[in-house]
Write a protein that binds this ligand. Structure first.
Ligand code: HEM
Length: 84
């Protein structure tokens, strides 16, 4: 997951000041739901991104809802139906 030029810029930005933009369409299209869920659960060691582990009341169902929210809100043009 953490490889390539685009990721390097995201990670540099995140480490320099704040968390990366999770509504970034270019990034979202490179991530599977499983990859995002894994970060939500385990975090990224050595960063402010802690693992949220068991903190969601409905566990994997809540992870799926969060990921769906990110994808829907990002509204990547390539994923919109024609004419939208
Ligand atoms: C439900 C809330 C959150 C979700 C779904 C979430 C999800 C993620 C994901 C998927 C990444 C990886 C992004 C990438 O690969 O480019 C990430 C990174 C990161 N998150 Fe979160 N995050 C959440 C809350 C937070 C909070 C509250 C903080 C700050 C206290 C935080 C700080 C960070 C930071 C600093 C990184 C970059 C870590 C690095 O240097 O690689 N996140 N987060």
């Amino acid at each position: 997951m953490l490889s390539g030029q685009a990721t390097t810029e995201r990670v540099q930005h995140a480490r320099a000041q704040d968390a990366p933009d999770l509504f970034d369409c270019a990034w979202l299209t490179t991530q599977t739901d499983g990859e995002i869920a894994a970060v939500i659960v385990a975090g990224i060691q050595g960063t402010r991104m802690v693992g949220f582990g068991e903190n969601f009341p409905e566990g994997p169902r809540d992870h799926a809802r969060l990921i769906a929210y990110l994808r829907a809100t990002a509204a990547c043009e390539a994923e919109l139906p024609a004419g939208a």
